[in-house]
Design a protein around this ligand. Structure first.
Ligand code: UTP
Length: 290
């Protein structure tokens, strides 16, 4: 398999769960501690050896691309004020990685968003990282999949075990474990009813796929929720050509879910030595008033 150089990051969804915060600010730009959600996702890609980031955006999301561009006016202000550490911080973001983008003109689902990137991906295997899904701890999330994809020469998807009562929120796989934490995928179903799920192994927002997924995406009809589901196309790809799943190590936060978003903020703030003790003090204090 060719090296995985490109990642598609769909960020074109409406973000309805994050309203009203996401009314005019993309949910991917909401901060987790001192960085927007999307910066963590892009940093994970870079730490995994990705060279090109392809954002799938919509008309209201250009601020995401701007975040990874130079802001010469701000840089001038910081330079003149002698705030060189801040200057480096904002320049580093602009110089992080090569950014491309394509519009999803109608929000027809995650599968459709990925299909929009077809002409930029072309004929190489590529990664997909969902723009509001954060993974931390140990080997970068998408790198865990890239390593298995390169070794097995096959598409690989990331999975995590979820409680039975949450299986209806995810795509769920049926598979057999071929080595610790690595599964051969036999089937998958998008958001099954709780008692009909084939397992508790849920597809999380990390994938390494081959470009033939685009042929399948072009053929799938709207599925669950009337959307073009990536899971439906992957199900056909897995059946025809085989697919592996990797049980991902680390912690995951769905930034579109308020409880997980807020937990992620605390998780990162606690890692800042200066902030840590102050924050613990405030948390103890507010708990007394519950
Ligand atoms: P989500 O379902 O989490 O995002 O899709 P959403 O639709 O924006 O959010 P809610 O559910 O209304 O709160 C997962 C990812 O797929 C992208 C989203 O931007 C998100 O990063 N997506 C979803 C698209 O790019 N296009 C779509 O049509 C749907």
């Amino acid at each position: 398999m060719k090296n995985i150089r490109k990642v598609v990051i769909p960020v074109a969804g409406w973000g309805t769960r994050s309203l009203p915060a996401s009314k005019n600010i993309p949910k991917e730009m909401l901060p987790i501690y001192n960085k927007p959600v999307i910066q963590y996702v892009v940093e994970e890609a870079i730490h995994s050896g990705i060279e090109d980031v392809i954002f799938v955006t919509n008309r209201d999301k250009s601020v995401i691309e701007d975040h990874f561009d130079y802001n010469l006016q701000l840089e001038g202000v910081l330079e003149r004020a002698g705030k060189l550490d801040k200057l480096k911080m904002v320049r580093d973001v602009a110089e992080m990685v090569n950014i491309m983008s394509v519009r999803q003109k109608k929000q027809l689902g995650l599968g459709h968003a990925v299909l929009c990137a077809k002409e930029l991906v072309r004929d190489e295997p590529f990664a997909i990282m969902v723009g509001d899904d954060l993974m931390f701890g140990g080997v970068p999330g998408i790198k865990q999949l890239i390593d298995v994809a390169m070794a097995e020469k096959m598409p690989v998807i990331g999975v995590m075990e979820v409680p039975q009562e949450k299986v209806n929120r995810y795509g769920i796989i049926a598979g057999e474990e071929v080595s610790p934490g690595v599964y051969r995928v036999n089937d998958m179903v998008e958001k099954p009813e709780r008692d009909k799920a084939p397992s508790r192994m849920a597809i999380v927002g990390r994938y390494v796929l081959t470009p033939d997924i685009f042929d399948y995406l072009q053929k799938v009809t709207p599925g669950h929720g009337g959307e073009i589901q990536l899971t439906d196309a992957m199900q056909a790809l897995a059946r025809d050509k085989g697919m592996m799943a990797v049980k991902m190590a680390g912690i995951r936060f769905d930034a579109g879910d308020w409880a997980e978003y807020l937990t992620a903020n605390i998780y990162f703030a606690l890692q800042d030595e200066e902030l840590r003790y102050e924050l613990i003090g405030y948390l103890k204090n507010i708990l007394q008033f519950q």
